[in-house]
Design a protein around this ligand. Sequence first.
Ligand SMILES: [Zn+2]
Length: 285
Amino acid sequence: MSLLPQPTGSGAAVVLRTWPSGETSVIASLLTADHGPLRVIAKGARRPHSALRPLVQPGFLVEVEYGLTPGRQLQYLRGGTVVLDPLATAPTLERHAFLLAAVELADRCPLTAARGGELYELCHDYVRVLSCAAPGQEALLFYGFELSLLRLQGLCPQVEACTVCGRVVAIREPGTWFVPGGGGLVCGDCRRQEGAAEDPSGLATAGRALPREVRGLLRRLASAPPAADPDDSPPARWAVRELGILLHRFQEYHLPGYRLPAALGLLRPAQAAGPPSATRKECEA
Ligand SMILES: [Zn+2]
């Protein structure tokens, strides 16, 4: 055993995912502010009184000390403190599900270490805002997070101008369409023309109607970082649900290996979250 001091790092991190290891330990995927993504092993963290136990809870913001031994894929988690348990004040099912879903997406995000700092900031801000969100705002915050994550990867959907003719489309203009493979908005004129030309690009079949309420939500989220404003009247539930479907389809098309975050399954019996099977009928109701 080497007697040389092992290199260590310390600082803020978001816990993204955890796995049990052996009898009592936990492996955790951390997103650190200073060293990007890091896999650590927390020895004995599943013992009831372990000091490491609260540091390996998915979605928690922590200040931790960890090893940085070169060449080692799994570093040792040495200690630290919890900065924010986002479920402490209101451990609701919605908050839980949308917290875990976001950190799961962040854990899968293939960004290089060079952008780890930005990804950390995004996750940190999301966890903070979600931790004090009013009931009912969780889903919209999560979709804002998904959009920000897409933007970080250079993949934000176009919702201002038509992706076919380039014309800026007024928010009240009817008949707009959302085509994931086309990159976003398609105006009614282009949609009709594509349909008349026997649908050579598949626009008529691959897209989905984009009601102005949903477009308004997309624009609102795309232009500003998500924030929880208790005075905001919550948008219509069908519009939020439809927004979730559009973003799911967009990610399915543009992100290789994308799949719905498993945590959203927690919401399925109570409400059809994520990309549920909402129909046009429901949307127009
Ligand atoms: Zn057009």
